[in-house]
Design a protein around this ligand. Structure first.
Ligand code: ATP
Length: 590
């Protein structure tokens, strides 16, 4: 397939500020794409070569890319660097530099999707001594035959800066429309995606074998499953009321959620956002290897004080998120893995078993593990709010965030956030009962002490139904100087020239970003707002919801994708709950 239609789609998507148009462009592209390469096109539009869980990166140094652009555009590296400084984006610099290049049509090989993909693939797979030189040659081979717009996108892709910001769910919508003509079929595609986390394979199966084949996709070892999530409860009564008389109450540990896939000899670990993190926890892997079955388990890995066996806060665990010095960090920051679920065993999915059955099975399996690094999460069965509260007090005393209350008869529903699991956290010192995880979508330049950095960030909640990010607050407090530096650097990669097509706000900003980075904030309350668009018109015509006195907690939620941010529905629930609490206080006072 010619690379041109892909480039054209990228350009259209980059320029539009209409969310619906994004899907339309994708549908048109999918319809033009031959079935046998639809997986490759699906990955490319998301700026990847493989699903995230494969953890495959192109791994090419910026200076090599600059050299490649220079040699194929007939300019010096210094000229490319200057263009890079002017445009702030190496892809744009390449596009500029290549405009004046003479096109050698005589000897050039044609630019097809297959060729571009396989060259990228070779770049990603080249490793070891001299690999940077080989990567340089591979990129140059593409650039030599590329037009300026092609070169621009090739470099954007190579640098990981495609910035199209399309959600997995928009791709699913577009696939359903392109191949079945009916968006309602997205549900079936979503189910397959939830258990495989591989959009390319779902796309290819749909295009080559049809919807029935997609519907029969099963859980497989080494393909991560989208995690089941919990709703919030305001109190132990509220939580118990949502159960059927009896509830399983577990410690809610403050660590990192990990999905463990154990085959005969191989073990892989995946994060909450389903990226491969096998390298972070060699100690956990060693213990997991002693389990005598092929399994997929879920648990929370937590830092501990080995002397007292106390759980330590999440921040301690952050020392383990690194590529180098893992052995040393392992010594200094010991962890334990607390398993709370089993999803698969010896060739069979266990997700349709009831929670109670899964817990029994999990207990049995863990008895086969050899050392204390892997445990079964602490649990009790409760039928009254008092019992829940008592267990919660013990959990908090032991360093937990609170408790997870689970419906004993519930099955495991991949990717679902439902009341089958309810989280109850210890009261925060803020007036709202919980923190929010919001996406950075814009910023104002800083003044005075903050000159040259950002003074405030515009944050948005996720609107699941329309796949949009709607603004809910501007935050300027809670940042240390280190944070300010860090944000400026990290956000630079996501700057775009206009409001992103998936962002909705009434606010004017100096800088706009592709929705990518999620941060945690607390606030004193949620109020009606004429300028923010979260929940606009849902509670009062012309008004949305906004946070009052928001503050950054210091936690960057890099374990969350933008689509995992707090949803509009959650913000509405929090607002209503706050009204209810305020209302009941008034009654008591009166
Ligand atoms: P969410 O994962 O619900 O989007 P979040 O990442 O902000 O939100 P929390 O609101 O703290 O997390 O609650 C859910 C998370 O709690 C799980 O994703 C998991 O990492 C963690 N957790 C800790 N203990 C348990 C447990 N016993 N069962 C399930 N999850 C647990």
């Amino acid at each position: 397939m010619d690379f041109h239609p892909v480039i054209e789609t990228f350009e259209q998507m980059e320029q539009t500020s209409s969310r619906l148009a994004l899907t339309d462009y994708l549908v048109a592209l999918f319809k033009k794409t031959p079935a046998d390469i639809i997986d490759k096109v699906t990955y490319l539009i998301q700026g990847k070569l493989y699903p995230d869980y494969e953890g495959i990166e192109l791994g090419i140094a910026e200076k090599m890319v600059i050299r490649a652009i220079a040699s194929s555009s007939g300019k010096d590296a210094s000229q490319i660097e200057q263009l890079y400084r002017q445009t702030g984006d190496l892809g744009d610099a390449a596009g500029e530099a290549m405009k004046s290049k003479s096109q050698s049509t005589l000897f050039s090989e044609s630019m097809t999707v297959e060729r571009v993909y396989s060259t990228f693939d070779r770049i990603a797979r080249t490793a070891g001594g001299g690999s940077q030189e080989i990567k340089l040659r591979l990129i140059s081979s593409l650039l030599n035959d590329a037009t300026a717009p092609e070169g621009r996108y090739i470099i954007k892709f190579v640098m990981g800066q495609l910035r199209l910001g399309i959600a997995d769910y928009s791709v699913l919508d577009a696939l359903a429309l392109a191949f079945t003509g009916d968006k309602a079929n997205r549900k079936a595609l979503e189910n397959a995606y939830n258990v495989s986390s591989d959009l390319g394979t779902v796309a290819r199966l749909l295009a080559t074998e049809g919807l029935a084949a997609v519907q029969s996709v099963q859980i497989t070892l080494f393909k991560p499953i989208r995690p089941m999530l919990a709703e919030r409860a305001t109190s132990a009564e509220d939580a118990i009321a949502r159960m059927e008389g009896k509830a399983a109450v577990e410690y809610k540990l403050d660590g990192e959620r990990v999905q463990v896939h154990k085959g005969k000899d191989r073990v892989e670990l995946f994060s909450r956002r389903l990226e491969k993190i096998t390298g972070h926890y060699p100690d956990v892997i060693k213990s997991v290897k002693s389990i005598k079955h092929e399994v997929i388990l879920e648990g929370e890995v937590v830092a501990i004080n080995p002397q007292t066996d106390e759980y330590l806060p999440f921040q301690e665990l952050m020392h383990r998120r690194r590529k180098h010095g893992v052995e040393e960090a392992m010594e200094n920051y010991p962890v334990v893995m607390n398993f709370f679920d089993i999803l698969y065993m010896d060739g069979k999915s266990k997700t349709s078993l009831a929670y109670e059955e899964r817990r029994k099975l999990l207990k049995k399996i863990l008895q086969t593990a050899k050392d204390g690094k892997v445990r079964l999460v602490e649990q009790t069965v409760a039928s009254t709010p008092e019992e829940v509260e008592k267990f919660m007090a013990t959990a908090i005393e032991n360093g937990c965030e609170g408790v997870m209350i689970k419906l004993p008869s519930s099955t495991y529903r991949a990717g679902a956030r439902e009341y089958a699991w309810v989280k109850l956290k210890r009261e925060y010192r803020s007036d709202l009962a919980d923190t929010l995880d919001l996406v950075i979508v814009g910023a104002l330049h800083g003044r005075g002490r903050r000159a040259g950095k950002y003074g405030a960030l515009l944050l948005a909640a996720y609107d699941v139904k329309s796949d949009m990010f709607r603004s809910v607050t501007k935050v300027g407090t809670g940042f240390t100087d280190v944070h300010l530096e860090q944000f400026y650097k990290d956000l630079e990669k996501h700057v775009i020239s206009h409001r992103h097509a998936r962002v909705d706000t009434g606010m004017e900003m100096d800088v706009w970003f592709e929705p990518k980075i999620v941060i945690e904030v607390i606030a004193s309350e949620i109020t009606l707002s004429p300028s923010h668009t979260a929940a606009k018109n849902m509670l009062r015509p012309g008004y949305g919801l906004a946070l009052r006195f928001p503050k950054f907690t210091g936690k960057i939620r890099d374990d969350k994708k933008p689509e995992d941010a707090t949803s509009i529905d959650e913000v509405v629930t929090m607002y209503k709950r706050q009204l209810k609490i305020a209302g009941s206080v008034k009654v008591e006072e009166g």
